[in-house]
Design a protein around this ligand. Structure first.
Ligand SMILES: NC(=O)c1ccc[n+]([C@@H]2O[C@H](COP(=O)([O-])OP(=O)(O)OC[C@H]3O[C@@H](n4cnc5c(N)ncnc54)[C@H](O)[C@@H]3O)[C@@H](O)[C@H]2O)c1
Length: 272
């Protein structure tokens, strides 16, 4: 169903890798809601992924950018405003990767080159993206910037490894940069803290199957899906949420405020 919430709005979507990606589902929904956008991903992901299929479906162009490279980001923002014919109204940062997780390094045994690389991709890239947008004055007033995050930034989830620290940093950048973006450009900046979702990045987390069913049992509304996340993001990009900024917004079926649920208790009673 379309509400035409993003009619006439322009933006950039980072992070669509395949049809499971939260950014992919969001791009499809934004298209349905009348928004126009440029898709971007790291050059290596473009070679491996299926992004051209999404571009065709949504009538959009793809501009490669490694989100850790200022040069790539500058080129991306300049080209996106040219292609779309004006300043931007929305930007989705849907990027995350831990090299330590990929290489199987335990949290207590990090390779700090990997730690730094993972931080740069998962958190530093958000600052860099906003700095380029801010300095180029590329956002329209009442524009909206969203980055995706996870609860491990606030509570301990041991297998989330150094991504937990990256997400804490990401959420802090949203507040710190969001202040200047709000004061100077009337642009809002928020993070959406999403339930575990079966995507390439999600399934990289050790023990993901247990993780996702535990969260589902703990949450009164069950886990939020990728489509739920896309819909929330659309609300945040629309004119209906103009003064929501500097927030970490939970899209998690209620998980973040739970202590224990009947469903989880049951498992322990039965297991006696
Ligand atoms: N899947 C989950 O359980 C879950 C839960 C909460 C938050 N998130 C967050 O949602 C976001 C999207 O992840 P997803 O679950 O859709 O997985 P995904 O693997 O589909 O997306 C991650 C994207 O990051 C991109 N990326 C990696 N390195 C990059 C670089 N150097 N430059 C540009 N892009 C780069 C990848 O190519 C990929 O498209 C991430 O921030 C992730 O941490 C995911």
């Amino acid at each position: 169903m379309s509400y035409n919430l993003l009619k006439g709005k322009r933006g950039i979507i980072f992070g669509a890798l395949d049809a499971n990606s939260i950014a992919w589902i969001t791009a499809e929904r934004i298209h349905e809601e009348g928004g126009k956008f440029v898709l971007t991903n790291a050059p290596i992901a473009l070679r491996m992924g299926q992004i051209n299929e999404l571009a065709e479906k949504t009538n959009s162009q793809v501009i490669p950018a490694d989100a850790t490279s200022l040069e790539d980001l500058e080129n991306l923002v300049t080209k996106a405003t040219e292609i779309l014919g004006g300043k931007l109204d929305f930007v989705l940062h849907s990027i995350g990767m831990s090299v330590n997780v990929r290489k199987g390094n335990h949290y207590t045994n990090q390779n700090y080159d990997f730690t730094h690389k993972g931080w740069d991709i998962s958190a530093g890239s958000f600052h860099k993206t906003m700095q380029v947008l801010y300095q180029k004055d590329a956002m329209n007033e009442w524009g909206s910037i969203v980055a995706l995050t996870y609860m491990a930034s606030q509570r301990v989830f041991p297998d989330y490894n150094d991504m937990a620290d990256n997400k804490a940093y990401l959420e802090s950048i949203a507040r710190s940069f969001g202040y200047f973006f709000g004061r100077d450009k009337k642009v809002r900046v928020n993070t959406i803290s999403q339930s575990p979702t079966p995507t390439t990045a999600g399934q990289g987390v050790k023990g993901f199957d247990g993780f996702i069913s535990y969260a589902d049992k703990m949450s009164p509304l069950g886990n939020a899906t990728g489509l739920d996340c896309a819909n929330y993001t659309i609300a945040m990009f629309s004119d209906l949420t103009k003064r929501v900024t500097l927030q970490n917004l939970y899209n998690d079926g209620g998980f973040s405020n739970m202590g224990v649920s009947d469903g989880v208790m049951q498992a322990f009673v039965e297991g006696k």
